[in-house]
Ligand binder design. Structure first.
Ligand code: ADP
Ligand code: ADP
Ligand code: ZN
Length: 846
């Protein structure tokens, strides 16, 4: 849930080696709200940092530890890079000693290209291309026949075997299906001293050749041996093969007949890649032959995108969405093209590689590559992503999935002595899979890395070597290390809010209106067939708090976003349903749909929560009504940082300037003219209750709520932001710096501030992301309030404490991908908990 970090997604830091250092010593950290924090992070261990949202976890882990690592890296670079160093903000910290090269694995999309897939991001695709190029069997893309490309010695060996006891004829194909009289071809044959030819299937003596029709296509082969070889005479065959190869540029045809003259068996050998039957040359098998990012491999029709016009639903017809040239797709490994391999869910791919049968030669060349691929696939399975496919576009992954893909990749690359900083890797993960996530974090650590994780998940916390609780509150009220130690010791510390939750001494809120029996009215969807759902029927109770649960990949999002939301939207607007939903009933119980997902609220740094939620204009109006403003003749327009005469000219009201660094992600530095205040001097001189407009942008939401308490138009939206646990964010924080979870809660607050219809359907996707248990309790209260007012709230969630507070639960599963997509059970949480066959049932019962 990182914000305000301009760091690249993954940055490698050159080793700054220190001898036998046991820990990374942070002294006097004061970044953002941190209050002179001292902390020793043990090297080579797993440290988990927790605390309520806004307490300062990210400020410590990312903006201090990782940022300083990045700065020290630039310091170690060329003088060109170092010129930016003075301008880069140095984390406010006395010193950090023993820092290792640092890598950050977060949930941001970063620099993904639309061409990135799970395969390319994990580098598995690079290994796969190499494997195909080395050991796959080429085949003609027109007729599908395998092509033997063999060295001459091997051709001779095979022919000698064939010739054993049979009548054998060797031919050199010279013209393959080309129009013309071909006089030159006959001349070459005769110059080589050969006496007989085969023209379009008929045998002729070279003296008595027919005249060929010029407008027709002909196929001409020279019969290389003067007499038909009748016995295994290696020397004769060697000579004949050499002549045939020379004459035909690398092709030899053999036609062998058993002594009893049954139908001859024919074979073509080649030292090059060509299909004799179709008369085409094929691509050399190189890794780039299989790259959809290279003109050698990419389908020319779609340039390797697999879709045309950039529309996911418009599959490229030329490659059938497989992104590669037909020539590349014809090449097979154990009967499978590279596209077929990347289409398999990862667990199936793992089994496929296990069962892969290789010849001795293939094994010798390919075994190490296969091992590398299998290992990396296994790491992906271990982080709970067994249901993904290698060809899945990285852009369609959720933030949590992408982060776990990166985690598995990091384990695969096998770096050691690195300090990894991770942001809530459990996001989107079912409790069933958390254990495996911990195993993966351990794997990273046990290779000799320091692993620092910002996390709210209880199991991950309990698994830490060192657990650090930042708090006690958010913003000004946080910023201290409240408790730290091994989890066992930590728990005995009753001062820590986290410890109290872990010991279950704080009660969870329970809905007042839980009705276990009838669930009418309800909304019923039937005949849903999309992704892994096959003709599914689901009943969603209305005016209730409903949880959708299931392991990741089981089909929750498909059910809620691709089906329920679509159906409701269509029927509210009176449009026809899309073909993947047969029927929807009960929509009359709803008059409004609000879908709140984790997509960003604005890609532009010019958007801030106040503009998004629509109360920024009101703040500007407040300033324009001050005496100061009236004296100067400033209207509300003067107080805009996006346009007009009030903003700082130098930075155009952005408050910062971008430094483009060709070798790294861009770095932002505060604007030297306005020092990050966004406005010019005369505008800043205007004050309301002793604060300038820029002072207001610097306030946290909590501070602003107090400051503007007397103005109802501001009090309501600010209070809503506080309610959803966002009191700690700054009013002027750019929207593009919010995490998915924060963006979602900003949207929720925006909706809460509007007058409700009382018949609204709210859909939320993992609203607990980034929230400490204390924040979750507050969020549950907000959602229950909505339901009290007659609305319906449906959440996709993995947070079992929240699920226990739901009125009704819909359990999707049992597994991910093809193993999921069925409704395992519906009912109140107690009922779901009794289902021993459901992963969620087991997790709830715990
Ligand atoms: P956590 O990670 O625990 O949720 P953060 O470290 O993100 O908390 O935030 C701690 C405090 O620092 C909050 O009051 C927050 O508003 C403030 N803060 C976070 N990022 C920035 C920033 N870029 N500029 C100024 N203040 C910030
Ligand atoms: P959940 O929300 O339970 O994690 P999803 O509904 O996202 O599960 O996924 C269900 C299945 O559909 C998975 O096998 C997933 O890989 C597949 N799937 C989801 N979205 C897409 C997509 N955009 N393209 C291809 N397959 C998808
Ligand atoms: Zn400026």
């Amino acid at each position: 849930m990182k914000k305000g970090r301009s760091a690249p997604v993954v940055t490698e830091i050159a080793p700054i080696e220190t001898h036998a250092v046991r820990s990374i010593e942070i002294r006097g950290a004061r970044t953002h709200n941190l209050k002179n924090v001292d902390l020793d992070v043990p090297r080579g261990k797993l440290t988990v940092i927790t605390g309520v949202s806004g307490s300062g976890k990210s400020s410590l882990a990312f903006d201090t530890l990782f940022a300083e690592g990045q700065r020290q890296y630039i310091e170690s670079l060329s003088s060109f890079a170092r010129q930016f160093l003075d301008q880069m903000e140095r984390p406010d910290v006395d010193f950090i000693r023993g820092l290792q090269p640092a890598l950050c694995i977060d949930q941001q999309q970063g620099v993904l290209s639309p061409r990135s897939t799970v395969g390319t991001v994990t580098e598995i695709y690079d290994y796969l291309r190499l494997l195909m190029a080395r050991i796959a069997t080429p085949a003609c893309h027109l007729c599908g026949q395998p092509i033997d490309r063999q060295p001459p010695s091997q051709i001779i060996d095979t022919i000698c075997e064939l010739a054993n006891g049979v009548k054998l004829t060797l031919l050199a194909p010279i013209v393959i299906g080309r129009k013309g009289g071909h006089a030159d071809a006959f001349e070459r044959i005769s110059k080589a001293g050969l006496l007989r030819v085969r023209v379009d299937g008929e045998l002729y003596e070279i003296e008595s050749l027919p005249t060929l029709a010029i407008r027709k296509e002909h196929t001409i082969s020279a019969i290389v041996d003067r007499v038909v070889i009748r016995e295994d005479s290696r020397e004769r065959i060697e000579q004949a093969v050499a002549v045939a190869l020379r004459l035909s540029n690398g092709l030899v045809e053999s036609s062998a007949c058993a002594a009893d003259e049954t139908a001859p068996s024919e074979r073509t050998f080649s030292t090059r890649f060509a299909c004799i039957a179709c008369g085409v040359s094929l691509l050399e098998m190189e890794p780039r032959t299989f790259s959809f990012n290279s003109p050698y491999g990419a389908c020319p029709a779609c340039e390797g995108f697999g879709v045309v016009d950039g529309l996911p639903e418009k599959k490229c017809a030329a490659c059938d969405g497989q992104r590669l040239r037909k020539e590349s797709l014809a090449i097979r490994l154990d009967g499978f093209s590279i596209a077929q391999i990347t289409k398999m869910p990862l667990d199936k791919a793992i089994r496929w590689f296990e069962d892969l049968r290789l010849t001795d030669r293939q094994a010798k060349i390919g075994q190490l590559i296969v091992r590398e691929i299998s290992q990396r696939l296994t790491f992906l399975r271990e982080v709970g992503l067994h249901y993904l496919t290698l060809d899945r576009p990285a852009e369609t992954l959720s933030g949590g999935e992408l982060q776990r893909v990166r985690l598995a990749t990091s384990i695969g690359t096998g770096l050691i002595g690195v300090c990894y900083v991770l942001d809530e890797p459990s996001v989107g993960l079912h409790p069933r899979d958390t254990e495996r996530l911990i195993v993966s974090l351990r794997a990273l650590q046990q290779r000799g890395n320091t692993v620092v994780v910002v996390e709210h998940d209880e199991e991950v916390m309990r698994a830490a070597d060192l657990l650090v609780d930042i708090g006690p509150g958010a913003g000004r009220l946080g910023g201290e290390v409240v408790a730290s130690g091994a989890p066992e010791h930590f728990l005995s510390d009753s001062d820590s809010l986290t410890a109290r939750y872990l010991q279950r001494t704080v009660p969870m809120p329970v809905s007042q209106k839980r009705t276990v029996g009838a669930i009418h009215p309800s909304l019923i969807l039937s005949g849903i067939t999309i992704n892994n759902l096959d003709n599914v029927r689901v009943e969603f109770p209305l005016r209730r708090f409903v949880g959708i649960v299931g392991v990741s990949g089981s089909g929750k999002s498909t059910l809620v976003h691709d089906s329920l939301a679509v159906a409701v939207r269509k029927s509210l607007s009176g449009e026809a349903l899309p073909s993947h939903i047969r029927k929807v009933d009960g929509c009359d119980g709803i008059d409004k749909l609000i879908e709140i997902d984790q997509s960003p609220i604005g890609r532009s740094p010019r958007s801030i929560p106040a503009t998004y939620c629509g109360f920024w204009d009101e703040i500007r109006a407040v300033f324009s009504k001050t005496k100061d403003a009236k004296q100067r003749g400033f209207s509300a327009a003067r107080f805009s940082f996006n346009a007009g005469a009030g903003r700082c000219e130098a930075c155009g009201g952005q408050g910062r300037q971008k430094l483009e660094m060709s070798f790294l992600a861009d770095v932002f530095v505060p604007c030297p003219q306005c020092c990050g205040r966004r406005f010019n001097r005369s505008t800043l001189a205007v004050q309301f209750k002793g604060k300038s407009i820029a002072d207001c942008l610097d306030m946290s939401i909590l501070e602003a709520a107090e400051f503007f308490d007397a103005i109802p138009k501001l009090r309501v939206p600010l209070q809503c932001l506080v309610q959803v646990g966002l009191g700690y964010i700054a009013l002027g924080q750019p929207s593009n710096t919010f995490s998915g979870g924060e963006a979602q809660r900003i949207k929720l607050a925006g909706e809460l501030a509007k007058p409700g219809t009382g018949k609204t359907l709210y859909l939320l996707d993992e609203p607990t992301t980034g929230l400490h248990m204390d924040d979750v309790v507050r969020l549950i209260g907000v959602l229950q309030d909505l339901v009290e007012k007659g609305n319906t709230v449906i959440v996709v969630e993995h947070h079992m404490e929240l699920i226990r507070c739901c009125d009704w639960v819909i359990d999707v599963g049992p597994g991910g991908g093809g193993d999921g997509g069925t409704i395992l059970g519906v009912g109140p949480p107690e009922v779901i908990a009794k289902n021993r066959k459901s992963p969620t049932g087991l997790a709830l019962a715990k």
